[in-house]
Design a protein around this ligand. Structure first.
Ligand SMILES: [Zn+2]
Length: 188
């Protein structure tokens, strides 16, 4: 396995070297991240297969357990804001009976758009792991607005949120979603 560490904690570069010293621990985290991210990718396929919306999935995890696993519901709900991440936050809050998810992590099949990124902050989710880079979605016709969040202004960079981009292998699996679903999914 590639031993490069792709943990990015905004404004805390030291985390990279700390993570490297605990290689075993790091691998455990990687496996865990991969399996939850894989679930989010499966959701992305499911959403297109059942005609609910675009190829995007998001999973909310609390203490190693999946709270909710959702996909884009824009077409099903006739709601342009029903992105996978927003839907997952709404469903997780409903299920847990509270409005903050500070002990939860989110796994998103693709880099969140600014709206979802805002929702992630408002819900106080502590950690975000995403698979595909926004460019992969933009390449098949999604609004380039979605690339504006994480690489956008410092407005989105809050110290209490750890953001991790999947490594090459998992990112490729996540990005493949767009190619695989392109013919099936009708752009709105
Ligand atoms: Zn979004």
């Amino acid at each position: 396995m590639d031993d490069t560490v792709d943990v990015k904690v905004l404004d805390n570069e030291n985390t990279i070297s700390v993570a490297s010293t605990f290689a075993g621990h790091h691998e455990e985290i990687q496996d865990r991240d991969h399996s939850f991210l894989q679930k989010a990718v499966e959701e992305a396929y499911d959403g297109v297969n059942c005609g609910h919306g675009g190829p995007f999935g998001a999973v909310v995890v609390l203490k190693d357990e999946i709270v909710v696993s959702c996909h884009n519901m824009v077409l099903e709900y006739t709601d342009p804001t029903a992105h996978a991440e927003v839907t997952a936050i709404r469903e997780a809050c409903k299920k847990l009976g509270r409005i903050e998810l500070s002990d939860c992590e989110m796994y998103a099949s693709c880099e969140p758009c600014p709206m979802c990124f805002g929702a992630i902050h408002l819900s106080r989710i502590k950690r975000l792991v995403y698979g595909a880079q926004a460019e992969a979605a933009i390449a098949i016709g999604f609004d380039d607005f979605i690339a504006d969040a994480i690489r956008g202004t410092s407005h989105y960079q809050k110290p209490n949120l750890e953001i991790k981009r999947a490594d090459g292998n998992v990112a490729a699996i996540a990005e493949k979603v767009f190619k695989d679903t392109q013919a099936k999914f009708q752009m709105y």
